[in-house]
Structures are given as structure tokens and as C-alpha cells.
Design a binder for this molecule. Sequence first.
Ligand code: AMP
Length: 253
Amino acid sequence: MTTLITSLTEWQRLRPTLGTSLGFVPTMGNLHAGHASLLQQAAHDHAVSVLSIFVNPTQFNDPTDFQHYPRTLEADLAIAKQLHVDYVLAPTAAELYPHGYRYRVSEQALATCMEGAHRPGHFEGMLTIVLKLLMLVLPNSAYFGEKDYQQLQLIQGMVNEFYLPITIVPMPTLRAESGLALSSRNQRLSTEGQARAAKLYQTLCTAPDCASAVSTLTQHGFQVDYVEEHLQRRFAAVFLDGVRLIDNVPLSH
Ligand code: AMP
């Protein structure tokens, strides 16, 4: 049975009754097969699985992106039920930020490049909400996708740095047959746009260096935010039809 909980007070009352084997998957909803792979792993590894759905306002630097972010709670609940998720936590911003945004978690090194450089405040908002959710849910393990590799590294770093007794489990990027990384933002692309978007992954895998990846992507009609190499991986962020897409591949690829 899948139970939806929207009140944090109710969740905090319930949490001590849930035992000592709990796997957690935080998301912003609009669930797809990528999220499902994390939820399946969490349920496989633990007696109790918890999914959170919260479109976190503090991590959006672009108000239009926040406004257009797909919110599909009913469909998400149906997927959660199919996957036998035990609890879906869907709190409100008012309850999660009762004092506004006074307390924040920031990181001063990895968070200053790539997504951090191009989306001011994004990682501060992300780390702040992930810390809040981890401390509310108190999981044994939390599952995060390599699709957001810089985010995953920052979360792992925060957990190490603040001695949080939680295992962070990295999960591989799920892709469409074309190679396009599954993302909630893909549905804002036209069918033709989705076909063209596959060039992002193909180019990241095949370009001899970052500069030639930028020029190939530009030729294919992408507006390139960056292509960079860090942590033995090649990362990119691009716009296609006004939709911002990110992806990364291991350099040995
Ligand atoms: P989001 O709802 O986009 O914030 O994503 C929630 C979690 O799902 C994050 O840990 C993401 O990295 C992960 N995720 C998103 N897309 C994929 C994908 N295509 N494959 C694997 N994990 C993903």
C-alpha cells in the first residue's frame, strides 16, 4: 500500500514507527523510468521505501523554469503505487521553509563551476533542501542519479563533511533508445526536438575535445551553456527550443 503524506508533523509522528531499514528517493516529481529505477533499487535494498516529491523553489534561479516545471501529482502517485513505494512525502514550501530561507547550506569549491556558475544559487537551494529532507526522513540510504553528477558529488561531500549517518547510493543514468537522458524537462520538447536532443549524448561520447563538442552542438541548433571536463567525465548544459538540458558521460566512454 502506498500512503501519501503532505503534513510534516504527521510524518515526524510516523517516522519512529517505521523501523531501521528505510531507503529514500528525493525527487521533484513528474516521475519517469529514471526515477523508477531509483525507487526499485530503494525498495529492493530496504524494508520500507520513501519517495519525496517537492518542486523546491530555492534551487530555481529562473522563475519561468520554476513556473513551467511539470507538476503531476496524480500520475506520480499512480507510478508510486505500481512500484510499491510505501510512503510518498509531498510537503508544502510553507512547511519546509517555516522561517523563509534564513538558513542555507553552501559549498565553496565544486559548487562554483558548471551548473553552479551558470545557475547562481542553484546548489545552495539544492543542498539546503536535501539536508532538510535527509534529516526529516532519516533514511539508511538515499538514492541519487548520475544524470545530475555534480549534484551527486556535492551531496556525497555534504554527507561526509557533516558526518550524516546515511549511505548515498549513485545510480546510472537511464536513457531513451536514442541515447537521450530521461528527464522531466524532455516533455517540453516537440517530437522533433526530442529526436534532435539525442545529439547531445552522441556528441558528448564522440567529440575529440570540448571545443569540437561545442561547435558540433551549435551546428545542430543547440545553444551551449558549457561543455567541460572534470572528475574524469565530460559535462554539458545546452538549450534546445528554450528547454535547458544537462548530461554527462565518463571520459573513458
Ligand atoms: P529530479 O526529480 O529531476 O530532481 O530527479 C530526482 C532524482 O532522480 C535525482 O537523483 C536525479 O539525478 C535522478 N534522475 C533524474 N533523471 C534520471 C535518469 N535519466 N536516470 C537516472 N536517474 C535520474
